[in-house]
Design a protein around this ligand. Structure first.
Ligand code: ME8
Length: 514
């Protein structure tokens, strides 16, 4: 569906709910920032947005982390959940809800949804024996293991034997295949396509039924029809997306919001979101299925940055200290295109900050304000109706809108910054600073101001605070982020006659301390 078609409609976007066994790192921030930027873009389109994030608080991994910290699981979960919430506040994340799986609303929804699947005949009792990775909270079959270790965490698995309830995943092979193979025009299942093919590969290999309850631990949501059991953490966690829009509590609300659900997630949890979750929804009779947007890993020295992997934990707060909130947000979104794995580096952030924010955007704003001050008496002129920059702006907008629409923030910012660079080149060519006051310089500066107005709206999902400053500098009130697209991107709306202010550099160049 194109942006124009979804305008004014509901749009639900979610992040994974993060485990509270440790604190937030740059990998979590990457997912959450992408979801945040897309949520902000949809608000600009006038959509009614519900942006959900939260924490996943049950399971053996969390229980053990609490034991290690000498705390009750709930106290430990509360403490870490707050660290996630405060990190998102620091990063100016615009979530509309923050769900914790230990909340009563979630327990009720999990029980309601799985009871439906049970009543529909898709859950049965049996004994399970297998190799379990506590870090993944998942069983593996022997073929999946690498030298007897978990393929993701490279740690030994634990052999477990349990009386369990099983979910008849195998019954959904055909329906899952059909969903995964559906044409994009019917609403995509998983994007980018490589991940859809990966999910199809999992389904085609043959699906075994999966164990969904535990008796060995008590830290979970009790099974409503047999309270000796708790649901295995993944089957409780996935349901958070349904809980938050009212499943089992407010059917009308659920019916309104559910059909526009988009999940943003990393490739490590593709199997759960792209195979198990849709099958659970089918088993409970919930339709339609959500749309998935899957990204790769941020790598540090070639390894996934992971809290359980014991690799360097780089906290977002440290990077915000160096680059500011918008500097960090921009670099994360711009440097790592959504889909493939991508190398994360401090140098990469410095480069994005200095090149794009300081030299291109910040410089354009100061340069334009300075020339308007000197050659236009400090009053911003209106743009020319048929300016060539107007065409460049329209092209950049169309490209950025398509990229945001397909959840490609990096590509959208690329198109936006191309327009800013073209404007810097236009100024270098026109040399308005050499012109005398008069209509010629007014036209050039009006055009440049109009690009600043439009590009700032386009950049606002990534750098919401900086664009407000730029807007004010060119004499517009704040609220660039509250402009309604696509109308606000149409060339010619900068009214002229506004007072333009030079101010301090918006993004002073970052110089690494040696
Ligand atoms: O899996 N690069 O939680 P989790 C990019 N609770 N993204 C990364 C990353 C990296 N190096 N490391 C982590 C869970 N992420 C479950 C989810 S959802 C119903 C339950 C991001 O705390 C990425 O989004 O291990 C990944 O999918 C997620 O964090 C895993 O977070």
């Amino acid at each position: 569906m194109s942006s124009a078609e979804t305008s004014g409609s509901k749009f639900v976007i979610t992040t994974p709910i993060y485990y509270v066994n440790d604190v937030p790192h740059v990998g979590h921030a990457y997912t959450t920032l992408n979801a945040d930027a897309v949520a902000r873009w949809h608000r600009l389109l006038g959509d009614d947005v519900f942006f959900l994030t939260g924490t996943d608080e049950h399971g053996l991994k969390v229980q053990r982390a609490a034991e290690e910290a000498g705390l009750e699981p709930l106290d430990h979960a509360t403490r870490t959940s707050e660290r996630f919430a405060s990190t998102w506040e620091l990063l100016n994340i615009s979530n509309d809800d923050f769900i914790r799986t230990t909340e009563p609303r979630h327990h009720a929804a999990v029980q309601a949804l799985l009871q439906k699947a049970y009543d529909n005949g898709y859950i049965y009792a049996d004994t399970y024996e297998g190799d379990y990775c506590v870090s993944c909270e998942a069983y593996y079959v022997e073929d999946d293991l690498v030298d007897g270790n978990c393929p993701i965490h490279k740690r030994p698995v634990e052999h477990m034997v349990e009386d369990n309830y099983f979910f008849k995943l195998s019954a959904f092979t055909d329906q899952l295949t059909e969903w995964l193979e559906q044409p994009e025009s019917a609403g995509h299942s998983i994007r980018p396509a490589g991940y859809r093919n990966e999910a199809l590969g999992i389904v085609r290999q043959g699906l075994d039924d999966v164990s969904i309850t535990r008796t060995s631990i008590s830290w979970g949501v009790p099974v409503p029809w047999d309270t000796d059991h708790v649901f295995y953490v993944w089957y409780d966690a996935l349901i958070n997306y349904a809980t938050a829009v009212g499943f089992g509590a407010d059917q009308q609300r659920f019916d309104q919001w559910w059909p526009s659900t988009h999940h943003v997630l990393g490739k490590d949890i593709l199997r759960f979101h792209g195979v198990y979750w849709p099958a659970m929804l089918m088993a409970a009779g919930i339709d339609p299925l959500p749309q998935l947007h899957v990204h790769g890993f941020l790598l540090l020295g070639g390894e996934k940055m992971s809290k359980t992997g014991g690799l360097t934990a780089i906290t977002p707060a440290e990077l915000v200290d160096d680059f500011g909130v918008d500097g960090f947000r921009y670099a994360m979104l711009r440097n790592h295109s959504f889909g493939p794995d991508s190398d994360f580096s401090f140098e990469g952030i410095v480069e994005a900050f200095n090149t794009d924010l300081a030299n291109t955007y910040g410089n354009l704003v100061s340069r334009v304000a300075t020339v308007v001050g000197k050659n236009c008496g400090g009053v911003g002129p209106a743009p020319e109706p048929g300016a060539s920059l107007g065409e460049a702006a329209a092209t950049a907008y169309a490209e950025a809108a398509a990229a945001w629409d397909s959840v490609q923030p990096s590509a959208a910012l690329d198109a936006t910054w191309r327009l800013l660079r073209e404007t810097n080149e236009y100024l270098a060519e026109m040399e308005p600073w050499k012109m005398d006051p008069g209509p010629e310089v007014d036209a050039v500066m009006g055009n440049a101001l109009e690009v600043i107005r439009i590009a700032s709206i386009m950049a606002s999902p990534a750098i919401p605070e900086a664009v407000e400053i730029a807007w004010k500098r060119i004499g517009l009130d704040g609220q660039a982020c509250q402009q309604r697209l696509p109308e606000a991107a149409v060339w010619g709306a900068y009214p002229g006659g506004l007072s333009v202010e030079v101010g301090d550099p918006m993004f002073p160049r970052f110089k690494p301390s040696s």
